[in-house]
Design a binder for this molecule. Structure first.
Ligand code: GLU
Length: 378
């Protein structure tokens, strides 16, 4: 597929999109938040919403803004100073968005999220309902990580990842990551010989090696973390663009199909939000090792997983929790919700339905994991 035709077909069909803006896009050279950039973003977001699309913004910039407001010259390394900077900067950040959205008749609606909000199904659904309800009003949801309560254990890590998780939650057909790079480059971005890759059909290991793990002084993500986020989204059916957010009217021009940034194509038809949650949001609590026959049945024929195909059970999980399926080669290839807790799963592993029926006096569930709750990930 040519880059131009891919772009047109991707952008024309977008109904729901997530835009992620990095700290350095929003900062001026004196490290203050740049009102002109925020104003331009607000105007473009407004135009996007006017086309009938649902738009959610994921914005960094709180810690950077807070550092400036509190007079910190270097990014703090300890959690409490980072959190103090985030608390101070977030108020200023959301205020600026609000001030620049109001002339267009929109409000800034702030959502601060942690990793736990994605892992608990009820909280996850609440976030989703809030976002969908906000779309009924003249309000643009603006999401950031809730840095002030996030500790190492509950941190999402960076906003590239947060944006991909939000795209999966909605689900969105497009995620636009605005950074201070032209897109994915063929080499070191500072090397004049390296150039922008306009289209990527698949994010694989060789592509990941193009990216460095470098970080900027005020933000957190590098190209490596961006590509990992890209993979989270493309693997389940969301197209992603990484582009330079400092370019004039960048969102308008991308949506018009202009050849800017790097477009990463979704690897499959869009998965429903439920399956995305199972496969990419919940960390698995256990592992079911399965034989070659079961692996083929699930992978190639979309079948449910039966007890007879399970050779071993690992971890600690309850009925209804996410488990990973591991093939005879030791590789994870799917995830799903187990109909049985770990003890029961272990006791029925490798058995035929009739034997299970004899032991339990009836079979509560024919399948260990039903195909509706099973997602092939690899
Ligand atoms: N939550 C951080 C902030 O607003 C940004 C994290 C990131 O840049 O990935 O400053």
């Amino acid at each position: 597929m040519s880059s131009a035709s891919s772009r047109r077909s991707v952008f024309d069909s977008v109904r729901t999109l997530v835009v992620k803006v990095g700290t350095n896009v929003l900062s001026r050279s004196d490290d203050q938040l740049d009102p002109a950039r925020i104003s331009s973003l607000a105007e473009q977001l407004h135009r996007l919403v006017q086309t009938g699309r649902k738009v959610v913004l994921v914005s960094s910039g709180a810690i950077g803004a807070g550092m400036t407001l509190l007079g910190l010259k270097k990014r703090p390394t300890d959690l409490s100073h980072l959190q103090a900077a985030a608390a101070t900067g977030q108020a200023h950040l959301i205020h600026l968005y609000d001030v620049h959205l109001r002339p267009h008749g929109y409000h800034a609606a702030q959502l601060l999220l942690t990793a736990n909000d994605f892992k608990t199904r009820a909280r996850y659904l609440n976030v989703r309902n809030t976002l969908l309800t906000l779309a009924e009003y003249p309000a643009i949801p603006i999401i950031n990580e809730n840095d002030t309560v996030s500790t190492e254990e509950i941190k999402l890590g960076d906003n590239d990842r947060l944006a991909a998780m939000v795209a999966n939650l909605l689900p969105a057909d497009l995620l636009i990551v605005l950074s201070v790079v032209d897109g994915l480059m063929t080499g070191d971005p500072s090397d004049p010989a390296s150039h922008r890759v306009p289209l990527v059909e698949r994010v694989d290991a060789s592509l990941l090696s193009l990216a460095t793990a470098s970080k900027s002084s005020r933000g957190t993500g590098g190209m490596r973390s961006k590509l990992e986020a890209v993979r989270t989204a493309t693997a389940v059916g969301t197209n992603v663009v990484i582009a330079d957010g400092r370019q004039d009217r960048i969102l308008d021009r991308l949506m018009e199909g202009e050849d800017l940034g790097t477009l990463f194509l979704a690897e499959q038809e869009a998965l429903p939000a439920w399956k995305r949650w199972i496969a990419y949001t919940m960390p698995p609590k256990g592992r079911l090792i399965v034989d070659a026959g079961a692996s083929r049945a699930v992978r190639e024929h979309g079948r449910s997983l039966l007890a007879i195909g399970v050779t071993a059970v690992e971890g600690v999980f309850d009925k209804g929790e996410v488990v990973a399926l591991i093939g005879p080669d030791g590789q994870e290839f799917a995830r799903g919700l187990s109909n049985y807790d770990v003890t029961t799963a272990r006791s029925i592993a490798g058995q035929r339905s009739e034997e299970i029926g004899r032991v339990f006096g009836g079979i509560p569930y024919e399948e260990v994991i039903h195909r509706d709750n099973l997602v092939v990930t690899n």
